[in-house]
Design a protein around this ligand. Structure first.
Ligand code: DQA
Length: 143
């Protein structure tokens, strides 16, 4: 089973970016942890700071019929373009799980709104790198 794990802006800085909020694992560390726990899945971890690239990857997921774990990062809070692309995924009958390392609801007001959640299959937030692991468990369960 192929699974896309797509990550938005500034998540390439994990490890050193606000470790008190996001932990000390890098995205490569998280990728290693996911691969270790789900060795039989073809997990494709990708990251872009560019909205257009993330949208193209969601289109690719639709065309290749691949379920998606998406950490939209700051785009969570305002990107209607990403929301529309996420809609294509779930309307195609594919699972799309929105994940966050932190719990955005426990943080600044602007993080309390997600324009993605309403079109996602579900949301997992606040468990650090384990948010991704929990999401993968569910992707597997639904496959
Ligand atoms: C985040 C939460 C967002 O509010 C923030 O902009 C991020 C990371 C998280 O994983 O906790 O970049 O999506």
């Amino acid at each position: 089973l192929r699974v896309f794990v797509l990550n938005g802006p500034n998540l390439d800085r994990l490890g050193t970016r606000q470790p008190e909020v996001y932990g000390t694992m890098t995205l490569a560390d998280i990728e290693g942890m996911l691969a270790e726990h789900h060795a039989d899945l073809a997990i494709e971890v990708r990251q872009s700071n560019d909205e257009a690239t993330l949208i193209a990857w969601l289109h690719e997921a639709v065309d290749a019929r691949v379920p998606v774990i998406l950490n939209p990062a700051a785009f969570t809070h305002y990107s209607y373009a990403l929301r529309d692309a996420a809609t294509l995924v779930t309307e195609a009958g594919l699972t799309l799980i929105e994940v966050h390392l932190s719990n955005p609801h426990a943080r600044e007001e602007f993080r309390h709104t997600s324009v993605i959640s309403g079109v996602a299959t579900g949301v997992i937030a606040g468990f650090g790198a384990h948010s991704y692991l929990l999401a993968l468990d569910e992707v597997r369960r639904r496959a």
